[in-house]
Design a protein around this ligand. Structure first.
Ligand SMILES: *[C@@H]1O[C@H](CO)[C@@H](O)[C@H](O)[C@H]1NC(C)=O
Ligand SMILES: *[C@@H]1O[C@H](CO)[C@@H](O)[C@H](O)[C@H]1NC(C)=O
Ligand SMILES: *[C@@H]1O[C@H](CO)[C@@H](O)[C@H](O)[C@H]1NC(C)=O
Ligand SMILES: *[C@@H]1O[C@H](CO)[C@@H](O)[C@H](O)[C@H]1NC(C)=O
Ligand SMILES: *[C@@H]1O[C@H](CO)[C@@H](O)[C@H](O)[C@H]1NC(C)=O
Length: 181
């Protein structure tokens, strides 16, 4: 059965308008600390590699949050190796116009300070620092939005989370996931 030219034109228009809407409607995409980018498959690069651990598999890690409360049941744990002190970091690339970064944060100074510095495209764009002991608080806060910016130029970007840069003291990061638009 041959398509009539009119039907063919309608099909082409429908296809084009669908393609158009894919690009026009902003969508959030998640990059899990372990599973990577649900769209592109990009994974975080953790440096130095030996200073990061898949937290949900780590029986020797000091921080033992509730696995069921972590996104996808996974997180990456890094505490600065103190001697010598090293800033540890996690880097990933994405194409988007907004970025939201979620960590599990601790309220227990024995685990370390919360001391994060954020970079986009090599520039420092923010900090999240909490060096106060909160004895009455629960040991962990889940889904903590530690950084966001929803007015980035729509382009390729490189995001880095660095641990321990402002205090140069023992500090801990439990990176759960990021989301970009
Ligand atoms: C993406 O997620 C953020 C925070 O999780 C939310 O504020 C924003 O509205 C979402 N954007 C879209 C396009 O769904
Ligand atoms: C880590 O834990 C996840 C789920 O909890 C499991 O699927 C995975 O196989 C474990 N990885 C290692 C290296 O043990
Ligand atoms: C990330 O860590 C690596 C290895 O420690 C270091 O060479 C690099 O300069 C760090 N980058 C940032 C932005 O902190
Ligand atoms: C978000 O990033 C843009 C581009 O780098 C910058 O101009 C803007 O000030 C940032 N917004 C916030 C709230 O940090
Ligand atoms: C962004 O990166 C992708 C590959 O990851 C590339 O195909 C594309 O051309 C880049 N866009 C810009 C504006 O650099």
């Amino acid at each position: 059965m041959a398509l009539s030219p009119a039907l063919f034109a309608v099909l082409v228009l429908l296809t084009l308008s669908n393609i158009g809407s894919v690009y026009a409607v902003p969508q959030n995409v998640t990059i899990d600390d372990t599973e990577g980018d649900e769209l592109t498959g990009h994974h975080f690069l953790y440096l130095p590699a030996e200073a990061w651990t898949a937290g949900q598999n780590c029986t020797t890690c000091a921080a033992q949050p509730e696995q069921s409360l972590a996104f996808d049941g996974t997180w990456h744990d890094s505490t600065n190796p103190l001697d010598p002190f090293v800033v540890t970091n996690a880097t990933v690339t994405f194409t988007g116009s907004a970025l939201y970064v979620y960590c599990i944060t601790t309220n227990d100074l024995q685990l370390g300070n919360v001391d994060m510095t954020f970079y986009i495209d090599g520039e420092v764009v923010g900090h999240y620092v909490d060096t106060s002991q909160s004895p009455d608080a629960q040991p962990f806060d889940y889904n903590t939005l530690v950084f966001h910016n929803n007015s980035l130029p729509l382009d390729n970007h490189t995001f880095t989370l660095a641990n321990g840069q402002t205090s140069m003291e023992k500090s801990i990061v439990l990176l759960d996931f990021i989301r970009y638009t």
